[in-house]
Design a protein around this ligand. Sequence first.
Ligand code: CO
Length: 438
Amino acid sequence: MTTAIETKVQAKKLAQDLLDFIDASPSPWHAVNSVEQRLLAQGFIALPETNTWQLKSGGSYFVTRGGASIIAFTLGSQSLTESGFRMIGAHTDSPGLRLKPHAAFGSDGLVRIGVEVYGGPILATFTDRDLSVAGRVNVRTSSGFETRLVKFDDSIMRLPNLAIHMNREVNDKGLKLNKQTELPLIFGETEADIEAEKQFLGHIAKALNIKSDDILTFELNVFDTQKGSFWGAEQEFITDSQLDNLASCHAAVTALIAIKNPDSTVVCALFDHEEVGSESATGASGSFLSDVINRITSKLTLNEEEKLRTLAQSFFISADMAHAYHPNYPSAYEPCHHALVNKGPVIKTNANQRYSTSADTAARFITLCEKAEVPYQQYAHRTDLGCGSTIGPIIASNLGVASVDVGSPMWAMHSIRESAGVLDHSYMIAVMKAMFKS
Ligand code: CO
């Protein structure tokens, strides 16, 4: 029997591990790389999509697509038709700023960086932060090109606010930023404005120890260099960027790694592009998960009916962060559905199927919480407010599997500095483990 104090110590360790994971993952490509490192360290075997797969009973494997989506699984001891797949899904991307192809330009002796808005970030939170960039660069080689990850640990960019003396109504009307003209970041100084792009590419080239001319293309994400931290009187809260949804990715991977020799075949599916609608070759709307499922079932020589029987036995948890009740804004919430920080996983329900939860799948999740001795909460959005969505309904409709939408409660979703509860993260991992064992 573990004591409450042991539970808290364990929860704090898991929360610290989450913050370390996020700080090592400032772009979705880095997030998948962090997941791969953890899986490889635990003996998971990489399966390139282009190769013929060899699967062994009880084996653990992972597949990546496009560098920012990954599916990992461990084959169970029971036959698939008997127990189905136990799957947890989450997304690797977070809303923010992405560099344009010709990002750097000069004006008034400054090198500025043009960005696109990716998904729906709270733009005002990107001002006055210690920003940098991370992502991937395609570098010319003798035989074509190779993809390399790049990350600048120092803060190399910034979006300074306009002084209040020129923006007198900012506290009454809020900070509004024109996405084209007021978002370019300041990167440095230049002798000649025309040299700006060369200077920026030179900076990337130096970091990769290559020539600027060998940079073919890049995808770079703006991130906050400030590390994650604990806060609150008892350090009961955490803050970092990208808690939505790297907290769910970390929980799912931690649970998957913890499960040795499962009865059911357990799957962890992490997708890119959720924040922009999931419709891509690598997103949850694409064929990635069904392709992996088809390859597993065909390798295990299941026929078409056996595959459908397997899917009918399967269960999917769509894990994405939930909106915690903010006491300063009571009118923003449905009065009977306050999700509280450190009070357990939140089951999200929406009659219009913005979430995949049904009464049946919610009941199934509740029984898992009870088994794991974890508290749980139920959330519904205000009826007069538009509700966000997740990968849950997409996966459920594509595969026809039973699915539930859940998440840990958090504050300031889509801010560059989000907050959540220490205990909630360990609760989520515990219930995910219970699901993989079911
Ligand atoms: Co999310």
